[in-house]
Design a protein around this ligand. Sequence first.
Ligand SMILES: [Zn+2]
Length: 286
Amino acid sequence: MHRTLDMPAPSDAEERRSKPPVVVYPNETLPPAGLDVLYAARQSMSKVAEIIVPPREAGSFRVPKGHFFRIVSMEGSQVGDLNLWNAADLSECFFSGKTRALHATHVGVGDRLWSTLPYLRPMATITYDTLGWYGWDADGAGIHDVIGTRCDPYTNRLLKGDDYHHCCHSNLSRALASEMNIPVREAEAHVHDVLNVFMCTGFTRDTHQYFMKASPVRPGDFIEFFAEIDLVGALSACPGGDCGSGHSSDLAPCYPLRVEIWQPDPESLAGRAFPERSPYPGTHGL
Ligand SMILES: [Zn+2]
């Protein structure tokens, strides 16, 4: 823990602390997700493809704009680390930090997964979540966080001094390399901070450290997204399993995850506008 408590407080400390919190990004002016249309569209959808992601590995998949995709729990409680890219341009990818700033530390139905600058548009919209009942628990934890980054072999070497090759970062790198037929070092540069699917996390009340606890996900649970642009995705079945103990090792029980691609009747989306990249001209005052 850092040492702020060593610092003597000024006489007006309580007055300074008493200011009201202001939400940094009031989000009432965000473009509406149009859930009514998406709910109607999902009534007509049928499954057109699926992949199985083995434990401690990642799998890749493609989702055409206007399709839905689901991440489904199978066999046992398992966390997934999700990366998304624009299928036509890998430089546009999921922006975990801005998604957190615009929505919350954890995301759910109606929230969007935003893309990096200078694009900044919804890549996907969350349309269904069987864990939506969980809310916030007594520890302040929630599900599907955009706080954590992903387990990676560099941090593991830093903290433990050994090498582990099935961290989500490595799994996602191998999956993207295979999907795009590029070297793994090139793919690694495109791997980014994830959506922690099914992961149960929060911040400790005393030290505000990032914590995890065993995921409440059970076989049959799923989270569903609507693809707002053509997507390439990669999903890692984290070596942490349900992330109730540790990660970055083979110690935790791990289970596969299934990704399903669902196609609705195109007529059901007639008239729905798909997002364009940000119209900001990028001149930055020059
Ligand atoms: Zn992981």
